[in-house]
Design a protein around this ligand. Structure first.
Ligand code: N2P
Length: 358
């Protein structure tokens, strides 16, 4: 009996030691849920140095993956089989993710740096009291253009200008269904949240008329193409415009006052998360004013962190094209969650438009 007890004890001790060793090894290689953090973000949307600083400060290894549209991101999370601890959806997608029970509630006690976010970006209708999300960047959709490449005497002030035949083969469009269908709707004087099929078919007709002017429908490469003078005009997001202008001061950006999109991108913790503690640490780290300032300078989008603005170059913060006042933002619309069927219809129309080009 005693001998049996002893062997049992030996087996127990050996197993415990083995478990500890395996755990340590896994942690060192980044396999343990506790020691890694999988972040799923838009492309070109974080300063790699900031990730490194987070890793050094916390000992957590970041696994980083990117997406190029809300729809692509949400589909991947819905399908399962992923272990994203952090994702960065825009407002209408947060509403959808909430509806589908894809998000964990945030523990605000673990995100004290939330205090640095400007009140006007908190408690927005898509997520009351920021139960599931905290602001990351915000911006607009508009027209980026290179005045030096525009035909003599041509000015760009609104969406209609894009249909000018003198812009043949000169326009890049961002590859986003909401952005481009929204632009078409706004051009015709409709809301970018319109779901009336007649208006949407009319929009498709209008967009098809733009075809001769379209050089390409692109993702993050629109910045490189504009900087390399491959096109005179691009429809895209404000931060890409800022980045392009950083490379070439002659470039300009206009948000058509007749209507455009105002958007907010936010951190969430999807239900796929394995490291909820680390996800809170990451969000809090990213909201630190100095980190946020550093990251904003790199990414060029507009930060909602009012304390961070103090650490940033004045010419950046005072540029009304990227920090527009309420007079402009009041005229813009935020995308609404249109529901599955309407979104599918938007996607289908956008696909038809892209196929018509070929
Ligand atoms: C950055 C993408 C910005 C996303 N490449 C706009 N919601």
């Amino acid at each position: 009996m005693k001998a049996l007890n002893r062997s049992f004890l030996i087996i127990l001790v050996v197993s415990v030691v083995l478990l500890i060793v395996i755990n340590r090894l896994n942690a060192a290689q980044g396999f343990s849920g506790d020691n890694t953090l999988t972040v799923y973000n838009w492309g070109d949307y974080i300063d790699p140095d900031v990730i490194q600083q987070f890793e050094e400060e916390t000992g957590i290894t970041v696994i980083y993956e990117t997406f190029d549209s809300n729809e692509a991101m949400m589909t991947k999370i819905e399908q399962g089989g992923t272990t994203y601890d952090i994702a960065v959806p825009s407002e209408y997608t947060i509403e959808k993710m909430k509806e589908e029970d894809l998000l964990f509630e945030l523990d605000h006690d673990k995100i004290p740096n939330l205090q640095y976010i400007d009140d006007r970006f908190l408690n927005l209708p898509f997520d009351e009291n920021n139960r599931y999300s905290t602001p990351y960047f915000w911006g607009t959709v508009g027209i980026i253009f290179n005045p030096e490449l525009l035909p003599e005497g041509m000015e760009i002030t609104g969406w209609h200008d894009l249909w000018d035949p003198r812009l043949e083969n000169q326009i890049l469009l961002v590859d986003g269904a909401r952005e481009i269908i929204g632009m078409g709707l706004n051009t015709l004087g409709y809301s970018l949240n319109d779901t009336n099929p007649e208006h949407l078919y009319e929009t498709l007709d209008q967009l098809e008329k733009l075809t001769p002017n379209i050089r390409a429908i692109v993702g993050d490469e629109n910045k490189m193409l504009m900087v390399n003078n491959e096109a005179a005009v691009a429809v895209g997001w404000s931060g890409d415009a800022a980045d392009i202008m950083w490379e070439n001061e002659a470039m300009d950006y206009v948000v058509p006052e007749v209507g455009s999109n105002l958007w907010f991108d936010n951190f969430v913790i999807p239900k796929t998360a394995k490291n909820i503690e680390g996800a809170h640490e990451f969000i809090n780290f990213m909201l630190d004013p100095e980190i946020s300032a550093q990251n904003t300078e790199y990414v060029s989008y507009s930060t909602p962190n009012k304390e961070a603005l103090k650490y940033m170059p004045e010419e950046m913060v005072n540029d009304e094209r990227f920090y527009p006042d309420a007079a402009l933002t009041d005229k813009l619309e935020v995308y609404e969650n249109l529901g599955k069927e309407n979104l599918a219809f938007y996607n289908e129309l956008f696909l038809q438009f892209k196929m018509y080009r070929k």
